[in-house]
Design a protein around this ligand. Structure first.
Ligand code: UDP
Length: 311
C-alpha cells in the first residue's frame, strides 16, 4: 500500500485529492495548519491521519512514497493578509518537503501556480514563458515565493535527481470552496445566491481560465502516477478563457437573478489575461480537462446553495 503525504490536504484542492487517493487504496497523511483548511473537509477513514501543523516545521510521518505539496494560501485575500507567512510556507515549506523526500526517496508533486507568469505578455502561456512579475508588489509574496520554490526543486532535480514534478495550477473552482475564499467564482456565486450585486473589480475585461476541481485532481494524480517524467513542469488548467464580466453574467443567469454590478477598483498588479497552453499536459500525461464551465458552475452553485442554507 502506498503512503502519501499531502501538505495542505485540508484545503480546497487538497480535500478532493485526499478523497481520490483514499479511493485508490493509498494510506494518506495530511499536514495542514488549518489557516484556510478545515478538519471537517476530510472524512474519518481508517487509512487517513490528519495532523495539524505548519509545513515549515514538517514532522516526519515515517516512510512515505509520495508527497503532494499543496500547503500555501492561494487566494489573494488570504495570502495578502499574511504575506510573510505565505512566503515562508512556500520557500521554507518546500525546503522541508525536499528534505523529507530525500530521506525517504519519495516522489514530490509540487503545486506551483499560473502566478509564476505574473501579468503575462503572451497568450496562451506555455511552460517556456518566463513570466512578467513585479517582485515587490502586493502579489509578490505569492508569485515570487512560488517561483523561488520552483527554483529550488529544479536545482535539486538537476543536481541530485530529486524525483519532482511541478504542476502550474491555473484558477480552480468547484464544490468545496469556502464562502469566504475571496476568489472570483465563490464571490460571484455567493453574491448571486444572496441576491446582492456582483463585485466586479475594474472594467471586468480581464480574463481567467477556470478549471473544475475534478479535472484538477485528475491532472495532479496523472502527474504523480506517470512514470519517467521526473523534472517535468506542467500547466494544469482549462484553456477556456472568459472575461470576468462574462463570468458574472453567466453566474447571474444560472442563479436566475438580474445582473447587478457593484464596481470596485482593480487590485494592483491584477493580471489582465490568463490562459494555459496545455499541449505538454496532453502529451506527457494524456490529460485534458473535461468539465465545461457551465456544467462546473452549476454544481458549484449547488454546493453553495447547501452551504448557505446551513448558515
Ligand atoms: N475579481 C473580481 N471580483 C471579485 C473577485 C475577483 O472581479 O469579487 C477578479 C480579480 O480582480 C481578478 C479575477 O477576478 O481579475 C480573478 O481573481 P481571483 O481572486 O479569483 O484569482 P486570481 O486569478 O487573481 O488569483
Amino acid at each position: 500500500m502506498k503512503h502519501v503525504l499531502v501538505t495542505g490536504g485540508a484545503g480546497f484542492i487538497g480535500r478532493h485529492l485526499v478523497k481520490a487517493l483514499l479511493n485508490r487504496g493509498a494510506r494518506v497523511t495530511v499536514l495542514d495548519d488549518m489557516s484556510t483548511g478545515h478538519r471537517e473537509n476530510l472524512p474519518s477513514h481508517p487509512r487517513l491521519t490528519v495532523t495539524e501543523g505548519c509545513v515549515t516545521r514538517l514532522p516526519d510521518p515515517g516512510p512515505v512514497d509520495m508527497i503532494y505539496n499543496l500547503a500555501c494560501r492561494a487566494s489573494p485575500r488570504h495570502y495578502q493578509a499574511d504575506p510573510i507567512g505565505t512566503w515562508r510556507a512556500s520557500v521554507h515549506g518546500v525546503e522541508q518537503v525536499a528534505s523529507l523526500a530525500r530521506r525517504h526517496s519519495a516522489r514530490i508533486v509540487h503545486s506551483s501556480t499560473s502566478e509564476v507568469y505574473g501579468d503575462p505578455e503572451v497568450t496562451p502561456q506555455t511552460e517556456a514563458y518566463v513570466g512578467h512579475v513585479n517582485p515587490v508588489g502586493p502579489r509578490a509574496c505569492y508569485d515570487e515565493s512560488k517561483r523561488a520554490a520552483e527554483t529550488l526543486l529544479a536545482d535539486l532535480y538537476r543536481i541530485e535527481g530529486l524525483q519532482v514534478r511541478i504542476a502550474r495550477i491555473f484558477n480552480t473552482y468547484g464544490p468545496g470552496m469556502a464562502a469566504d475564499d475571496g476568489r472570483v467564482v465563490s464571490n460571484f456565486v455567493v453574491q448571486a445566491l444572496k441576491g446582492v450585486p456582483l463585485t466586479i473589480y475594474g472594467d471586468g475585461r480581464q480574463t481567467r481560465s477556470f478549471c473544475h476541481v475534478r479535472d484538477m485532481v485528475a491532472g495532479l494524480l496523472a502527474l504523480g502516477e506517470t512514470e519517467g517524467i521526473d523534472g517535468a513542469i506542467v500547466n494544469i488548467g482549462n484553456p477556456g478563457e472568459f472575461t470576468i464580466a462574462a463570468l458574472a453574467a453567466k453566474i447571474a443567469a444560472l442563479a436566475g437573478v438580474p445582473l447587478e454590478i457593484a464596481p470596485a477598483p482593480l487590485p494592483a498588479d491584477d493580471p489582465r489575461q490568463r490562459r494555459p497552453d496545455i499541449t505538454r499536459a496532453r502529451a506527457l500525461l494524456g490529460w485534458e480537462p473535461k468539465v465545461e464551465l457551465d456544467e462546473g458552475l452549476a454544481d458549484t452553485m449547488a454546493h453553495f446553495r447547501e452551504l448557505l442554507a446551513l448558515t
